[in-house]
Ligand binder design. Structure first.
Ligand SMILES: Cc1cc2nc3c(=O)[nH]c(=O)nc-3n(C[C@H](O)[C@H](O)[C@H](O)COP(=O)(O)OP(=O)(O)OC[C@H]3O[C@@H](n4cnc5c(N)ncnc54)[C@H](O)[C@@H]3O)c2cc1C
Length: 319
């Protein structure tokens, strides 16, 4: 029997929708799925796992904010006690940090940024992009002990949250002494959806010309329920915060629709968005490399196109 532990993410007790992706991946790997949720508000988030048919959830409900050594130490006993074969997290800041810490602590292998999982000849094979997406690698685990996997968001069709299982929660404990402790967290209220969670992204590059050039894009994004993305050139110029950056040194996204405005299409930008389902590029240079990848290209001034596109999309979404 293969046992899988998924580690859910939540925001102040609200389980994130990517829980469905964790469950879907866990079902490929094994037959017994347990979950864990940690941090302030975790008990409330744990209950939501019932809808995915997960019956046992380990909970660390603590006022102590996230620290990788603390949370890994809290999880270690349950991983040993349940003889877990796989531990699955999302490829988020939280998942990457905690996943790496768990693998190091357990001395077991870690495959990050996984886009597909399969069992071939009885062996789990993980697919992941390498060299900024130029190569697709297929990796298999060797060795004993629980293997750690992080999933690239929006690559697994989420399991349906349609079951009525009652969740049995069991507490986890933090070690008495932590090597480091976060004493204060101040969330930045942007009022916008995170690019990693968005189905639609409106993204701006150097072509927007300055911080004010992002305003029509922000307005467009808000009108259609999209997130606001950016190229590194715009971020490095200080026009927009790094949390919006898409690409090799920013966030890797996989939305249904990516609208690139005034972005040339450098390889490092493409590494973060080339798997988007539909790509629309707006650029006044017909030779911009982004047009080679785009499904739809508009050669024009973005400041003329964006308001028109907004009007059309708002009408289409309303109808
Ligand atoms: C190690 C490394 C990591 C990197 N990581 C990233 C990363 O994570 N993300 C990232 O984005 N980049 C990254 N870069 C930088 C990358 O190489 C490019 O420099 C960057 O993506 C360019 O951003 P841009 O397309 O906005 O700017 P540009 O290349 O300057 O393109 C601007 C585009 O806007 C168009 N334009 C101008 N005015 C208008 C207008 N009015 N209407 C319509 N179009 C207009 C122009 O024709 C041009 O195509 C990285 C580079 C390195 C070396």
């Amino acid at each position: 029997m293969t046992k899988v532990l998924i580690i859910g993410e939540h925001r102040q007790g609200e389980l994130k929708a990517n829980a469905g992706e964790l469950v879907a991946a866990a079902r490929v790997l094994g037959d017994t799925i347990r979950a864990a949720v940690l941090g302030p508000g975790a008990s409330q988030a744990a209950a939501a796992f019932g809808a995915y048919g997960v019956d046992t959830v380990r909970v660390l409900d603590t006022d102590v904010a996230y620290s990788s050594d603390g949370f890994a130490a809290a999880l270690a006993p349950v991983i040993a006690e349940c003889e877990v074969n796989y531990i699955v997290l999302m490829q988020s800041f939280f998942g990457r940090d905690l996943g790496a810490r768990l693998a190091a602590r357990l001395g077991t292998p870690f495959i990050n940024d996984v886009t597909a999982l399969a069992v071939e000849d009885g062996q789990v094979v993980a697919t992941k992009p390498l060299y900024a997406g130029k190569v697709i690698g297929k990796l298999a685990f060797t060795g004993k002990g629980p293997k750690v996997i992080t999933l690239r968001p929006k690559n697994f069709t989420p399991a349906a949250a349609d079951q009525a299982a009652t969740v049995e929660t069991k507490p986890l404990e933090l070690p008495a002494e932590l090597k480091c402790q976060v004493t204060h967290v101040e969330p930045k209220a942007t009022g916008m959806i995170d690019v990693k969670e968005a189905d639609i992204i409106v993204s701006g590059g150097r072509g927007v010309g300055g911080p004010d050039g992002f305003e029509p894009l922000r307005d467009f994004a808000q009108a259609i329920g999209a997130a606001l993305g950016a190229s590194r050139a715009a971020v490095d110029a200080g026009w927009i915060a790094h949390s919006h950056q898409v690409g090799q040194t920013g966030k890797v996204v996989n939305p249904q629709l990516y609208i690139a405005c005034g972005i040339s299409g450098a390889i490092q930008h493409l590494a973060g968005m080339q798997t988007s389902k539909v790509i629309v590029a707006i650029n006044n240079n017909p030779d911009a490399p982004i047009f080679k990848l785009a499904d739809y290209g508009i050669v024009d001034d973005l400041f003329q196109v964006v308001p028109e596109l907004k009007k059309l999309m708002v009408e289409a979404l309303a109808g």
